[in-house]
Design a protein around this ligand. Sequence first.
Ligand code: ASP
Length: 438
Amino acid sequence: MSGLTQQTQQQMTQQNSQQEPQPQGSQNPSGHRKMSLAAQIFTALILAIIAGLLLQSHADFTVNYIKPFGTIFLNLIKFIVGPIVLFSIMAGVISLSDIRRLGSIGGITLVYYFFTTAGATTIGLFLANLFKAYFPVLSTSDLTYEVQKTESGPLDVLVNMFPSNFLSPIVDANMLQVIIMALFIGFAIILLGDKAKNAVNGINLWNEIFMKVMELILRLSPVGVFCLLCPVIAQNGSAVIGSLAKVLLVAYIAYAAHALIVYSLAVRTLGGMSPAAFFKGMMPAILFAFSSASSVGTLPINMDCTQKLGASKEVSSFVLPLGATINMDGTAIYQGVCAVFIASCYGISLTPSQMLTIVLTATLASIGTAGVPGSGMIMLSMVLASVGLPVDGIALVAGVDRIFDMGRTTLNITGDASCAIIVSHLLDKAAAKKKASK
Ligand code: ASP
């Protein structure tokens, strides 16, 4: 079984590397440099702002003839998020049997990943709520929205997480239920061992197929962003532009706070390393992550940095690929901040129980987020849907997603690296203690 799972993990890493869109502009056959997707999206954002401002007196036209194409893009995102969550979590769980084999490494890694991600979402929500007064309430008819109140009892959130039907989680796009379903199937596959070898291969293949579909949909982002943003700007004018700068600032403050407080404390107390040495040693990986917006793409350079900082090869080659697949603190912060921002734009105040659901969903969503550019935005739709917020709200932040993404990816890989340093240090300490007691 361990051989099988090792192979599975290798396959997943390979798949992720294959999915990774090129961060730089690429050369087409005629020799002309093609604009990178990020540059295209950014151009679309600028064009949408210009067109939106010019069409302010024709807002109806933008709603009737431009917005529908944006709606098609959003529909495609909604269509792909269910299969992506289902298959990427099943593939992630299947790779857990390696964790069993690696026992203590896996245990510490999972606990660290879970708590730092839950902490990250909490920091994101806290700061976003602190700055909420600066976010706009957009008052066009298009953004009028009724909160879908579904829960009545205090434990209904918990009860509603468990599906009572095999198909309804996907049909209703109930992502918490999809995750629970994926966890059960994944664990059953692990328990079946080699008998389920074909299922493992099948799940990894389907995971790859859906990731490819996601990549294709993301290629439409420039058009999607233009068609979604232009009508919003035409209807709301400069209120939206100013608010984007504010929400970006809040996210970056949260990224920095998480790195400087949580990771510094963790590497100092659990990793036996000065935070300054840690961040200095991580600088090449940090810069690469910031410019590529891909955790998976940063993997080799992250391994090199952590090993130079003293993490063992055995630990870093297990903890980092797993982290690039399931640990996304920056993405969790982004989702928390954007959920509050979008709620605020729609004039909705989130209740404490909705906040709790966001912490839970964003933590789980980060497990299902692929370490490639833009995937966190797809998962945002799941977080919004989990608390009944309108998925269309993504339009408000989609245009600047790349700027969010650069920061969140940087935090994502730094979190993985801090874990490698800590696990390595704790194992060294335990080994030294064992040796001394002999
Ligand atoms: N780009 C991020 C990463 O690779 C994932 C995301 O979009 O949040 O870590």
